[in-house]
Design a protein around this ligand. Structure first.
Ligand SMILES: [Ca+2]
Length: 293
């Protein structure tokens, strides 16, 4: 939260679905350590009528991208919200331990917190290691991350070089660790699944999602009068996690995703593999109609 405003749309979309009883958000954690990221999450949850959702903050060290911020500090200040002191990994451990059923995880930022969760040791919240906790309590993880050759023909980029996707690139070591070791099904929702799916964010009073979009547009010198359209990498990932999107996308069979040391991602079908990837159908851009918040 802070680098790109599609994160704000993704959170608002999940909150909209929660208010309609289509999902329940157990907690939200900031995936980067920039100032105001967790506070912006709190501002959006409050504005969208769910002020009691626990929020966690990423512990230091910060990622290199945390030097940049397009909107988080400004939105935090506008809504007079402070970053929580609750640690993201502790909050995820507590949430998983206390969950009655299986939990679906969605990651729309770098995979640092998820890798830390897997590596976490027994603590006051749970006697289980992180990997055991995830194995027992998580149904799966949807990752906005990577880019896969399998989609390039439908995307219109056949033969072009692979995109090194941003979330993976921010913390390649954590992405490699998660891809290799995640103990329940992973689903990679790649760059191309959202890059040409546009969500319109409309100007509204006291709407932190609009404020995120306006500040983002300002920072990048983009036109923004009355509304702002942005690609939907994160909203599409959250839709994959909570909705039936099979009209727009296919899911591969299981296999392994390999993350290269340079941050490229490769999928290979493999029996017993832990990962699937999302594949584009010809009409995938129409999923934009499902991004309601
Ligand atoms: Ca994001």
């Amino acid at each position: 939260m802070g680098a790109d405003c599609d994160d704000a749309v993704a959170l608002a979309l999940l909150l909209h679905k929660m208010r309609r009883g289509e999902c329940k958000i157990l907690c939200v954690t900031a995936a980067t350590a920039r100032r105001g990221a967790a506070a912006t999450v709190s501002a959006i949850c409050s504005a969208y009528s769910c002020p009691d959702i626990p929020v966690g903050k990423m512990a230091p060290p910060p990622l290199s991208c945390d030097k940049e911020d397009a909107f988080a500090a400004a939105v935090a200040e506008l809504y007079r919200k402070k970053d929580t002191e609750t640690d993201a990994v502790s909050l995820m451990r507590r949430t998983l331990e206390e969950a009655e059923g299986k939990v679906v995880l969605a990651e729309i930022g770098p995979l640092t917190n998820v890798a830390r969760l897997l590596r976490s040791l027994p603590d006051g919240y749970s006697e289980k290691s992180g990997i055991e906790l995830v194995r027992q309590k998580a149904e799966g993880l949807f990752v906005m991350g990577g880019s896969f050759r399998e989609n390039y023909a439908v995307w219109g980029r056949a033969g072009q070089s692979l995109v090194r996707e941003w979330n993976i690139a921010q913390d390649i070591a954590s992405a490699r660790f998660v891809a290799e070791n995640f103990p329940v099904p992973l689903c990679f929702v790649p760059f191309e699944a959202g890059a040409e799916v546009y969500a319109e964010i409309r100007e509204a009073e006291n709407d932190p999602v609009w404020d995120c979009a306006r500040e983002f547009a300002r920072k990048h010198g983009l036109p923004c009068g009355g509304s702002f359209s942005r690609p939907s990498w994160d909203p599409v990932t959250c839709l994959c996690a909570v909705s039936d999107v099979r009209e727009y996308y296919r899911f591969s069979g299981f296999g392994k995703v390999e993350v290269s040391k340079e941050g490229e991602t490769f999928f290979s079908a493999q029996e017993g593999g832990n990962a699937r990837i999302v594949l584009l159908r010809e009409n995938y851009r129409d999923v934009a109609g499902e991004i309601v918040f």
